[in-house]
Write a protein that binds this ligand. Structure first.
Ligand SMILES: Nc1nc2c(ncn2[C@@H]2O[C@H](COP(=O)(O)OP(=O)(O)OP(=O)(O)O)[C@@H](O)[C@H]2O)c(=O)[nH]1
Ligand SMILES: [Mg+2]
Length: 366
C-alpha cells in the first residue's frame, strides 16, 4: 500500500510528519511523499487549501497512492469532502492511524476489544456524514436520501455493537481487577512503568524479569499490560509494564485504554521513563505534556523520573537533559540510567525500594 502524508501546519504547531510517517511505515505502508501546507488556520472544508488539494489530487494519480494520511485531526465532514475532491482513495487522520497501529499490535482479547470500541466511537459520526453525502450525490441506490430512516438504522446497529463490546470488556476487566486485588491482599506493592512510547520501559522490564517481550518495534510496541514479581534486595514488588503515551493523544483513545492506564493509577510507585537521547527542545515539550497526562489519569504522587538511554549521550547533553527534567518536574527524584546496558539500574531500584519502604512507614503510622 502506497501512502502520502499530508499536514496543515499552523503557527506554533509542531510538525507530526516524521512521527506519522514512521508509524505508517512500521505497519507496512510505503510512504512515498509528504505534503505540508503552512496556514494560519485550517481550511473549514478540507483542512488544506483548495490549491494544495489540487496538488494532492495530482500526486495521488501520478504516484498511484492508496492511502492519504493527515497528521491533523479531521472531523468526519472533512474526510468526505476531501475524498470527494481527490477521488477514490482512502483518507484517514492521525488518530485512525494510531488505532490501526494498535490493531496490528493487539495480542490480547482485552486490547482487541478496546481498539474495536475506540474505532467505532471515533467513526460513529462518520456514518451520518456518509449517508448524507451519498444521499446528496444520489449514488447509493436503496438509501432514501439524507432522510432520517437509514441513519437511525445505522445508529441503532452501531449503538448495539458498542454496548456489546463494553459488556465483553467489562467481563475481561473484572477478572483483571480481581487479580490485582489479590496481589494487594498478598501485600505486594505495585510498581508501574509509565512514559512515552519507545522510551525503554519494556527493555527495563525484560532486564528485571528475564522476560523477552517485544521491544523497539516503533510506537506502541507494548499494548497490553504485563506484570511480574520482582525481588530486589529484601523487597518484593509487582512490576507492571503497559502502554506508552504519545503527544496529543485523542481523549477517546485515552478513554479506550483507560483500564490499561488504570494499572498506572493504582500503582504505589511510578517509574516514569523519559528518553534523554532526544534533542533538548523535544524533551522539554514532552515533559510539559506529561504533566497534562498526569493530571488526566491521576497518577499516584510517588514518581521516580527515569532518565533513560544515558549511554547514548555525552556528559554535557546528559547534564542539560537532567536539568530540564528537574526544572519541569519539580519535587520528583530524577535518576539517570541505561535500561539497555544496565548502567545505574541498581541505583534506580535502590531508590524505588526506599520509596516503597517510606510508603510502608506512612501506612503503619496512619
Ligand atoms: N541505547 C539505548 N537504547 C535503549 C535503551 N532503552 C531502550 N532502548 C531502545 O529503545 C527502543 C524502545 O525500547 P522499548 O523498551 O521497546 O520502549 P517502550 O517504552 O517499551 O516502548 P512502547 O512499548 O512502544 O511503549 C528499543 O529499540 C530499545 O532497544 C537504553 O537505555 N539505551
Ligand atoms: Mg514496551
Amino acid at each position: 500500500m502506497r501512502a502520502v502524508v499530508v499536514e496543515c501546519l499552523l503557527p506554533n504547531m509542531v510538525s507530526r510528519v516524521g512521527e506519522v510517517s514512521m508509524m505508517a511505515e512500521n505497519i507496512g505502508y510505503a510512504v512515498v511523499e509528504s505534503l505540508v501546507q503552512r496556514r494560519n488556520s485550517v481550511h473549514h472544508s478540507h483542512c488544506i487549501g483548495a490549491g494544495k488539494l489540487e496538488e494532492l489530487k495530482r500526486l495521488v494519480r501520478r504516484k498511484r497512492i492508496d492511502l492519504v494520511i493527515f497528521t491533523n485531526t479531521l472531523p468526519s465532514s472533512q474526510v468526505f469532502k476531501i475524498q470527494r475532491r481527490i477521488g477514490d482513495v482512502k483518507v484517514i487522520d492521525r488518530n485512525l492511524l494510531i488505532l490501526e497501529v494498535f490493531s496490528k499490535r493487539a495480542m490480547t482479547k482485552e486490547a482487541k476489544l478496546q481498539i474495536e470500541l475506540a474505532k467505532l466511537r471515533y467513526t460513529f459520526s462518520w456514518g451520518r456524514e456518509f449517508i448524507k453525502l451519498k444521499g446528496i450525490l444520489g449514488e447509493q441506490v436503496g438509501w432514501s436520501g439524507p432522510g432520517d430512516y437509514p441513519f437511525k438504522e445505522y445508529e441503532k446497529a452501531a449503538r448495539r455493537r458498542i454496548r456489546n463490546l463494553r459488556m465483553d470488556l467489562q467481563e475481561v476487566q473484572s477478572k483483571k481487577t480481581a487479580l490485582r486485588q489479590r496481589r494487594h491482599e498478598l501485600g505486594f506493592p505495585i510498581v508501574a512503568l509509565a512514559g512515552y512510547t519507545q522510551s525503554g520501559k519494556t527493555t527495563f522490564f525484560n532486564r528485571l524479569t528475564e522476560e523477552s517481550k517485544d521491544t523497539g518495534l516503533g510506537p506502541f510496541t507494548t499494548l497490553s499490560s504485563f506484570s511480574r514479581l520482582v525481588k530486589w534486595r529484601r523487597t518484593e514488588f509487582i512490576l507492571v509494564d503497559s502502554i506508552g503515551f504519545i503527544e496529543e493523544m485523542h481523549p477517546m483513545i485515552v478513554d479506550a485504554f483507560f483500564v490499561t492506564l488504570d494499572e498506572i493509577t493504582n500503582a504505589d510507585l511510578i517509574l516514569l521513563f523519559v528518553d534523554v537521547s532526544e534533542p533538548i527542545d523535544e524533551l522539554r515539550r514532552k515533559v510539559l505534556s506529561i504533566e497534562s497526562i498526569t493530571r488526566r489519569i491521576e497518577m499516584p504522587s510517588r514518581i521516580i523520573v527515569c532518565a533513560n538511554k544515558i549511554d547514548l549521550v555525552d556528559v554535557e547533553h546528559a547534564r542539560e537533559a537532567i536539568e530540564v527534567l528537574e526544572r519541569y518536574m519539580p519535587g520528583r527524584r530524577v535518576s539517570p540510567l541505561s535500561a539497555k546496558t544496565g548502567e545505574y539500574v541498581d541505583s534506580v531500584l535502590d531508590l524505588a525500594v526506599t520509596e516503597l519502604g517510606l510508603m510502608n512507614k506512612t501506612v503503619q503510622q496512619t
